[in-house]
Design a protein around this ligand. Structure first.
Ligand SMILES: Cc1ncc(COP(=O)(O)O)c(C=O)c1O
Length: 368
């Protein structure tokens, strides 16, 4: 039997009878854009993230775009971030006319705060750590430096709903938190969706305006805005799925415990969870030699894996004008050759995780 990397099909089968009713109710309500589910979702998210406000949006990418815009990022400004994220973390900076300034990452793939201070210039308008894989970036140190220079921090928490840092939820540790509810995320919509969290009333009110064409009321448009709203239907599905989020995270954490037990650490590296972290494990990424051969071997054994991400953003053709070269970011580049994302979804059985781990171990016993 094939072990898929994700299992949306199974998720739908398990939820179908409940969700069909919810979808039907929503479509019969006549509120297809805007509506009660949206307000309920926003309350739920603000409670979960322990922030004063949450705004539902149509994607994590738009959450980042609106967030950066509202922090005042404009043409010619600089935003410090990491080169090993999903491309959206960087394209949003470029679309605002600003320059992404990259710093290298730690062995756990997150921003190295020791490199932050040196990267700050007069043009730095925001700092954007990414909580990659659901593991929190070192927010204490990042915030300390950001506060010293009075630069706002925007968390790219697209992969980190439900993650904690010193017991504080992702999305509550910077000026703005940006989340994705893309179908592959732990809290997933049935299409594109995202949301933004903040304690700042002004930012919240502006997001609410900007996400809907800048319309204040039917007659007045205060500022030209965007169309970045979440659909009422997506909010209905997300409200339903939110009830299961903690269980899903706990199951994924149990899966990691099993990997920890079965994978031979002689061959496989993955960062341990630190005391102040609580990881939601959006993905489970190992770092290994002979990554491509291992991926192929697992595929032959019907185990599907993924790579997040095989080419760092600064080496992408789209980033040519930024002027970075091979060798600019040693850790990010080295990790890009070694990372492999193993299945971690909440539907995996103990036997499947044992089988995946055994196959990984056998591959190295034969090949090293
Ligand atoms: C780290 C990170 N940032 C931003 C995004 C963009 O989110 P979305 O796909 O909802 O636009 C993603 C989505 O995969 C992501 O993983």
């Amino acid at each position: 039997m094939k072990i898929p990397y994700v299992n949306l099909n199974l998720q739908w089968k398990k939820e179908k009878s409940s969700l069909i009713k919810i979808i039907n109710q929503t479509l019969e309500s006549d509120s297809w854009v805007g509506g009660r589910n949206i307000y309920k979702f926003e309350k739920n998210i603000a409670r979960l993230c322990k922030t004063k406000y949450a705004a539902s949006l149509n994607s994590g990418t738009d959450a980042l775009t609106l967030g950066l815009h509202l922090l005042g990022v404009r043409r010619g400004d600089e935003v410090i971030t990491v080169p090993n994220s999903f491309v959206a973390s960087v394209s949003v900076i470029v679309h605002l006319g600003a320059k992404p300034v990259f710093i290298d990452v730690l062995p756990d793939q997150n921003m190295n705060p020791e490199l932050l201070e040196k990267a700050i210039t007069k043009k730095t308008k925001a700092i954007m750590p990414v909580h990659l894989t659901g593991r929190m970036a070192e927010m204490f140190e990042i915030n300390r430096i950001a506060n010293k220079y009075n630069i706002p921090v925007i968390e790219d928490a697209a992969q980190a709903v439900g993650s904690l840092y010193n017991n504080k939820p992702a999305g509550s540790l910077g000026a703005i938190g940006c989340f994705s509810a893309h179908p592959l995320k732990n809290l997933n919509a049935i299409g594109d969706a995202g949301y933004l969290t903040t304690n700042n009333k002004k930012i919240y009110e502006k997001v609410i305006e900007l996400r809907s064409h800048g319309i204040v009321n039917r007659d007045i448009i205060k500022k030209f805005g965007y169309v970045s709203r979440m659909d009422n239907l997506q909010a209905a599905v997300l409200n339903y799925r939110l009830k299961n989020l903690q269980k899903i995270i706990e199951q994924r954490r149990k899966n990691v415990e099993l990997y920890d037990k079965y994978l031979d650490k002689k061959y496989v590296f993955f960062p341990n969870e630190k005391k102040h972290e609580y990881n939601s494990y959006h993905t489970f990424v190992i770092q290994v030699d002979k990554r491509d051969q291992l991926k192929e071997y697992l595929k032959k054994n019907k185990i599907m894996t993924a790579i997040h991400y095989s080419i760092p953003i600064h080496l992408q053709p789209a980033a040519k004008s930024l002027g970075y070269k091979k060798g600019s970011f040693k850790h990010a580049e080295n990790q890009a050759k070694r990372i492999l994302t193993l299945p971690i979804n909440q539907y995996l059985t103990r036997n499947e995780i044992k089988k995946i781990s055994d196959k990984v171990n056998i591959f190295y016993m034969k090949n090293l």
